[in-house]
Structures are given as structure tokens and as C-alpha cells.
Write a protein that binds this ligand. Sequence first.
Ligand code: PHB
Length: 394
Amino acid sequence: MARTRITTQVAIMGAGPAGLMLSHLLAKQGIESVVVEIRSRQAIEETVRAGILEHGTVNLLVDSGVSDRVLREGDRHDGIELRFNGESHRIDFKELVGESVWLYPQTDVFMDLAARREADGGDIRYGVTDTSVHELEGRPKLWFTDAEGQEFEVEADFLVGADGSRSHCRRQIPEAARTQYFHEYPFAWFGILAEAPRSADELIYANSEHGFALISQRTETVQRMYFQCDPAEDVADWDDERIWAEFRKRVNGNGFELKEGPVLEKVVLPFRSFVHAPMRHGKLFLAGDAAHTVPPTGAKGLNLAINDVRLLAEGFESFYGSRSSVLLDSYSDRTLERVWKAQHFSYWMTSMLHTLPGADDFSRARQLGELRSVVSSRHGQAYLAEAYTGWPGR
Ligand code: PHB
């Protein structure tokens, strides 16, 4: 059976927040796209992901007409708490840099974008198989097979790989045409969803001699929390009592007690820093996790992905509007500038807050010195606040 050909302007691999946001921004400029995704819409909706949005990400969601649900159902957070040596220190974002973040899970961002694209008649194919990309340096093609077994070829002016950290698109770029930067960490995060009331109004990032813990939130009755663990940890070895004992050791004390409850979900999350450069090869552009991964400590992953596609959409707009490739040509350099700032911030937060296996007394005491130098200085606090809420500009 012959492949059914579809012709479009921009073919997008991946219907996560990056792919859908790009497709949405392009549609607003009258630029056509087709989005192809191997996961089902339901599977994406059921995956628990991180939850912090920078103010710039929130503004783009609202101003581009995706949804204002983030403003109604998200929680604005004007600060976080850094907890170490049994004491909490608040970093007041609003007071320090005049900005806030929103706690609004990535899953909800996906649902808002998927609903908007659907309402606008966007061409999004979920649950496809056998995806592959061809002729990246000529006129690119994206092949896939739909749920009914029908084979398709999408022929486009440009191809965008927004296909996540295991990106198929990225792998098609010849080794000689790219550099990959890796950093591995000797730990991972054990993440849980628990049925319990909130323990605090804001997020708590806790450093302790027993390792890092993060107390985040989801709803009035469901909370999200993480603790630093060995990457080889098996969730099956952890019952509720053992999990809570670990959190108590790392977070409770000096009158503060976590609110506990039944653990609804547990998962070990890998932890690494990764950058693929440049983020363009011929007619292929990479966006989001396909090109970079950050450790979750700085809450930057989704925000970087959204920033990538904002720049990419501007590049396509200028190409189709005034036949100028200048913005597309500078896309990789411009977006990597912010990516490396976020890489540094995520690495810094991670190394400041986690305990290295086998750390000696010097490392521990030095780390407390570092934490104190941040919380006791307005400049130290302001650096953290500016990076966490999102640097101004792009
Ligand atoms: C989350 O709520 O899942 C979350 C929040 C902040 C982070 C990472 C994850 O830094």
C-alpha cells in the first residue's frame, strides 16, 4: 500500500508541551503544521511531571490564548523555603526581584494545549508508530503509521524534533555535526504522590546530613514530594512507613512536622545534565528535552522547552512573513544562551542541596557555608530568586 502524502509547512515530532505550543503559536500566525506523537493522549495525561512555571511561561500561556486556567487553578508562589541545619530560610521572590512562579503541573499545561489545538482544528496525530525522519538537508519528510495501520509521509519545509529526551530526531544528526555535553550525578530522586494535606504554603528545598528532600504540592489533598536516593533504588523495597521515616529524618525538626498519608504513587527519577549543540541541522530544529535535560532541582525543564518554541515560532514567522532566515539561523545560539544559564543554575542548586555519597566533614561544612552565604546575603538570595522565577529577556 502506498504512503499517503500530507504536505505542510512545519512537521513537528512530539506532542508534549513544546510541540503543541509551537503548533499553537504557528497557527496564530497562519503557519500550518502537523504534529505526530507516539504516545496516546491519555498516556501523556496520566504521566506525573514537574510543576513549576516561570512568570514568562505563564504569560505566554495566557497571552497566546491557550488558557487562563493556570491563573484560576494554579497557585502563585512568591517564594520558597531553603531548609538546612534544622532551620528554614525563606527566599522572598516578590520582594527580591518583583516576580513569582506558579505551581501548575506540566500535565495540566499539556491538557490546556491539547484542548486548544483540538478546538482550533490543529492536526495532531497521537498514538502513531514506526516514526522516522528523512532528507534533513533537503526537503524533509516525516514517516509514520497511524492506529489503523495506514502509512503516511508528511513532507514539509521544516522539521522540528520536540520528541523528548530519547529523541529520534536528534539521533539522525551526524556525529561530526554536533557536540554533546553530559554530566551524570551519583544520585536520583525518589518521587511520591501522597494523600495528605499541605505541610507548608510554599515549596521546601531541604538539605540534611541524610540527603536532600523537596516538599512540593499538587492539590488540597494530594502532595508531591521527593527525596534523594541511589539511582539503583527499587520502589518495591519501599513501603509507606519506610518512605515517611526517610522524609522525617530529612525535613522534620524544630517544631516542623510533615503531614503524612497514604502513598499513591512512587517512582525513581533519573538525574542528569545534557546539552546537544547546535540545536539545528539543515532543515531540522530541536526543541525542549530533545536538545537538553536539566536536573529537576531548578524546576527549569518545561520552562526551557517553552522558551525554545517561543524563539522558534518567531523564526518561522519572520521566515514566512518576510522571507528572512536571520532569526532561524540564530535560533540555536540564542536559545542555548538561556539553556546554559539554566544548566548552571540547576547544577548549582543540585550541588548545594544534595549530599554526595561518602562526603567528608569538609564537604559537609563547606556546603553549610555555601547555604549560609546565600541566605544571609541579599545578593545571594536575589541571584536564586531571579534564576528560579526566570531571567528577564530571552
Ligand atoms: C514538582 O512539584 O514536581 C517539582 C517542583 C519543584 C521542582 C521539581 C519538581 O524543583
